[in-house]
Design a protein around this ligand. Structure first.
Ligand code: PLP
Length: 466
């Protein structure tokens, strides 16, 4: 009989986990035992372990292929899965220099090149870039920069940040507090102080606006809020040009220009959260540019690397950067991975692919394919509204088309599960809204397959949600 020491046993177990836990069942079981998922709930015991991707198709651990209509499940994968060019860019950079800090006077060539490239692409006047590892860090950075800008200008009372219900800005304390989903705030308070949330711009839900024109109502609400809190106490408003996690909701055309006008009149900065919308998702490099937002700060992430490496970029106007960063005082704010060279190398190559393959324009084309493919779905009793913003689609389910009463989110869960199990389509839902945000390389046939699958499933989904 051989005996093993504790250390040997531990090593054996680790080796087994790394090398032989490759059957789908093993991996799913290890997942349940050890991996804590974002937004985990015990209500879901199943696990969907994805192991490979090419174009718009991914394969699970069982070897089953599915069409990814979500951008890797999270609004990314703009250039599609399995791109050799990005693998090469990452490998080359890791061989050359995997990491070096950007703290103080240090930097690296890829961070510099990417900052300059973003300044070229960005709306005029936004020439300064701070890199983060995520959208949440980006929004925290933007909130701090806005407060610091006013503080250094002698307006030390300007600390309030205005967010919106159904706005999603991240999971850190700052970005989470300005997020307009109550679940995010439960049991973890006290949150960031001095945050107020306004109503969303959601034209489909006229009932939010008490019979008034939505923009009139929302502008009046903003003006009243400014009067109540005091303009001299408000640093900034943050908003997504198009609500993403809120359910793909574009505002009325006059919303951002009029909101902008009010903010400007009161010296309040505007932060555009373009973590989802930038880099082509809606058919433009920056969605805010076409909506009259004219932001002081733009926060981006996801599409910057198509998700191939974690990276976010906060674009600051020259006016803000001049006060926050270009002074003898410190901008005492830093993340180890700010300007990470490997991530920046991937981003540079990714942006080139977006440009060379004309994927920004293709995003608008994808929107047209979806619009046509979902025309029948839009008329179904279970569907309140189909919203298409480039390659970003939301299908809001209702219990009653006449009253626009939202359907239970469980109906959307059931629909997505059925699409996954029976149609091999990966979609997600946010509340009662089914969303799609495919890779921008998705083909017309694949869009048709997704639209047909959705139509078929929603046809059978009664308005009672079963
Ligand atoms: N802002 C928006 C609009 C988002 O959709 C997200 C994430 O989905 C974030 C911010 C947070 O980004 P991250 O998850 O990278 O922290």
């Amino acid at each position: 009989m051989t005996t093993t020491t504790t250390q040997e046993r531990t090593m054996t177990t680790s080796a087994v986990r790394e090398t032989t836990a490759t059957t789908a069942g093993d991996i799913e079981e290890l997942d349940r035992r050890h991996l804590i998922h974002p937004h985990q709930t015990r209500m879901r015991a199943d696990r969907r372990v994805i192991v490979r991707g090419k174009g718009s198709t991914v394969w699970d651990a069982h070897g089953r292929a599915r069409l990814d209509v979500t951008g890797a499940g999270n609004w990314v994968a703009q250039v599609g899965h399995g791109r050799e060019e990005l693998a090469e860019a990452a490998a080359e950079q890791i061989r050359e220099l995997a990491y070096f800090t950007c703290f103080y006077e240090f930097s690296n060539d890829k961070a510099v090149q990417l900052a300059a490239r973003l300044a070229d692409l960005a709306p005029a006047g936004l020439n300064r870039v701070y890199f983060t590892g995520s959208g949440s860090e980006g929004n925290d950075t933007a909130i701090k920069a806005a407060r610091l800008f006013h503080h250094r200008n002698g307006e030390t009372g300007r600390t309030w940040i205005l967010g919106r219900q159904f706005g999603y800005h991240g999971a850190s304390y700052g970005s989470g507090t300005v997020t307009g989903f109550d679940l995010m705030h439960q049991g973890v308070g006290p949150n960031l102080p001095h945050v107020e949330r306004l109503s969303p711009a959601w034209p489909y839900h006229q009932e939010f606006y008490q019979g008034q024109d939505p923009t009139d109502f929302l502008v009046a609400e903003l003006e009243q809020t400014i009067e109540r809190i005091g303009a001299g106490n408000i640093a900034a408003m943050i908003g997504e040009p198009v609500l993403g996690g809120g359910g793909v909701v574009a505002p009325p055309e006059d919303y951002w220009p009029r909101i902008r006008q009010v903010l400007r009149a009161h010296g309040i900065l505007l932060i555009a959260d373009e973590v989802i919308t930038a880099y082509g998702r809606t058919g433009a490099w920056f969605d805010s540019a076409g909506r009259g937002m004219d932001p002081d700060i733009i926060v981006t992430a996801k599409g910057l690397t198509s998700g191939y490496a974690p990276l976010g970029a906060v674009l600051l106007s020259d006016r803000i950067a001049g006060v926050v960063a270009d002074t003898d005082d410190f901008f005492f704010h830093g993340h180890t991975y700010s300007g990470h060279p490997s991530s920046c190398a991937v981003a540079l190559r990714n942006l080139r692919l977006l440009e060379d393959e004309n994927l920004i324009a293709r995003s608008r084309q994808i929107g047209e394919w979806f619009r046509a493919g979902l025309a029948k779905a839009a008329e179904l009793p279970a569907v309140g509204e189909v919203r298409v913003e480039g390659a970003m689609v939301g299908i809001e389910l209702v219990a009653d088309r006449a009253t626009r009463q939202p359907q239970s989110p469980m109906a959307a869960v059931a629909a997505c599960d059925e699409l996954y199990d029976r149609h091999d389509l990966i979609l997600r839902h946010y509340g009662p809204t089914i969303v799609m945000a495919p890779p921008l390389v998705i083909t017309e046939e694949e869009v048709a397959r997704a639209a047909d699958g959705v139509t078929e499933v929603l046809q059978r989904l009664g308005t009672d949600g079963v």
